[in-house]
Ligand binder design. Structure first.
Ligand code: ADP
Ligand code: MG
Length: 347
C-alpha cells in the first residue's frame, strides 16, 4: 500500500507541530522518521493512523483519500514504545485480540484465531509461549508479541513508534536486525519512528530527517550521511565539525586566511563549513593554504585517535581523526584539509 502525505499542517492550539509536510511512502517500503524529540515524528505517525486530524492537508492510502476514514477503517497496525499488551490476557489472546473484536461477519473462528496466533508467534520467534502472560516475558519478547499483534489484523500499513526505545542497547540491536528480516518476509509498508540515527540508518530503505515540524531531507542511508543537504542534517547525522567561513570570489577563508578550498558556484558572503573527523588529509607544512590547529585533547576511537584542535587565531574547535600511532601530543600543531566537505552559505 502506498501512503501519501500531502501538504499536512498540524496545529495544537496555535502551536504548529507540523508545517506543510509532504511525503510519499512506496508500497512495501520501510521508512524511518528520524529527528530529535519534539520534531513532530509521533504527530505524523498519528495522522497516518487517523488518531489525529490534520489542520490542513490530506493523507492518501493508495489512490484513496483516507482523511474521512476512522482509525479502524484505515486498518493500520500500531506498536508503541511502551508495551501496550493486555496484562490479564495470555500472549495468544493478546495476538488474537484485533481479530476477536471484529464484527461477526468478518471474525474468524476461535480455532482460526488460535492458529493465526501460533503462526505469528513462529514468525516473531516465540513459538510455544502462547500461554504465558506479559509479566512472564522480557521487554524484548513483549515488543515481539506487540508486533505479532499488530500483524495479526493484516494491516495495510505498519506504524512503529520507537518500539525498541525502552530496551537495552544490545537487545535493541538484535531486534533491529530481526525487524528487518520480518519486514523482508512480510513486505508490509512500514513507518518506523526513532530518534536514534544508528537505528534509522541500519534499518530503513529511506530515512526522513525531521526537525521542528519540517522534513529536512529524505534519502537512503548513504545519501543522508554522504550528502546532507542542510546544516541541521550535517550535524544531526554522524560526527562533524563546523567552522564559520567567508566565501570570497569562490575561495573559502577562515578569518583572513585562505584555506585551500574553493566553492566557485557560491555567492560571496558568510557561510558554515562542515566536514567529518575521518575525512581529513594532513598537509606537510602550514605555510600553504590549509587549516591549522593546536591539539587540545585526544582520545582513542576504535582504530583511530579522535583529536580535538583549537583552530589558530579563532576560538573554534574541530575534531579530526588521526591514525592511532600519529605522534600528536598536546599543543602540537596540525595542518590539514578536509577531503570531503560542504559549505552552506548563510542565506
Ligand atoms: P516527537 O515524536 O518527534 O518527539 P511529537 O510529534 O510528539 O514529537 O511532538 C511535536 C510537537 O508537538 C512537540 O512540541 C509537542 O509538545 C507538540 N505536541 C504533540 N502532541 C500535542 C498535543 N496533543 N497537544 C499539544 N502539543 C502537542
Ligand atoms: Mg514521539
Amino acid at each position: 500500500m502506498q501512503v501519501r502525505i500531502a501538504n499536512i499542517r498540524k496545529e495544537f492550539d496555535s502551536f504548529a507541530a507540523l508545517h506543510d509536510v509532504s511525503l510519499s511512502i512506496r508500497p512495501g517500503e520501510l521508512i524511518a522518521l528520524l529527528g530529535p524529540s519534539g520534531s513532530g515524528k509521533t504527530t505524523l505517525l498519528r495522522l497516518i493512523a487517523g488518531l489525529e486530524q490534520p489542520t490542513s492537508g490530506r493523507v492518501f492510502f493508495g489512490e484513496e483519500d483516507a482523511s474521512a476514514k476512522s482509525v479502524r477503517e484505515r486498518n493500520v497496525g500500531f506498536v508503541f514504545q511502551h508495551y501496550a499488551l493486555f496484562r490479564h490476557m495470555t500472549v495468544a489472546d493478546n495476538i488474537g485480540f484485533g481479530l476477536k473484536v471484529r464484527p461477526a461477519q468478518t471474525r474468524p473462528s476461535a480455532a482460526q484465531i488460535q492458529q493465526r496466533a501460533s503462526q505469528l508467534l513462529d514468525l516473531v520467534q516465540l513459538s510455544g509461549l502462547e500461554k504465558r502472560y506479559p509479566a512472564q516475558l522480557s521487554g524484548g519478547q513483549r515488543q515481539r508479541v506487540a508486533l505479532a499483534r499488530a500483524l495479526a489484523i493484516e494491516p495495510k500499513v505498519l506504524l512503529l513508534d520507537e518500539p525498541f526505545g525502552a530496551l537495552d542497547a544490545q537487545v535493541r540491536r538484535d531486534l533491529r536486525r530481526w525487524l528487518r528480516e520480518i519486514h523482508e518476509a512480510t513486505g508490509h509498508t512500514t513507518v518506523f519512528v526513532t530518534h536514534d540515527q544508528e537505528e534509522a540508518l541500519e534499518l530503513a530503505d529511506r530515512v526522513v530527517v525531521m526537525s521542528q515540524g519540517r522534513i529536512e531531507q529524505v534519502g537512503g542511508a548513504d545519501e543522508v550521511y554522504d550528502n546532507p543537504n542542510s546544516p541541521f542534517v550535517y550535524s544531526f547525522i554522524g560526527d562533524s565539525s563546523a567552522l564559520p567561513v567567508r566565501i570570497e570570489a569562490g575561495q573559502l577563508r577562515l578569518g583572513e586566511r585562505k584555506i585551500g578550498l574553493s566553492a566557485p558556484d557560491l555567492p560571496s558572503g558568510p557561510g558554515t563549513l562542515f566536514f567529518r573527523p575521518h575525512d581529513i588529509e594532513l598537509v606537510d607544512d602550514d605555510n600553504h593554504d590549509s587549516l591549522v590547529g593546536s591539539v587540545v585533547a585526544s582520545r582513542r576511537v576504535a582504530g583511530t585517535k579522535r583529536v580535538e584542535l583549537e583552530i589558530d587565531g579563532q576560538r573554534e574547535r574541530v575534531e579530526i581523526d588521526l591514525l592511532a600511532d600519529h605522534a600528536a601530543t598536546q599543543q602540537s600543531r596540525v595542518a590539514f584539509r578536509p577531503r570531503k566537505w560542504k559549505v552552506f552559505p548563510e542565506n
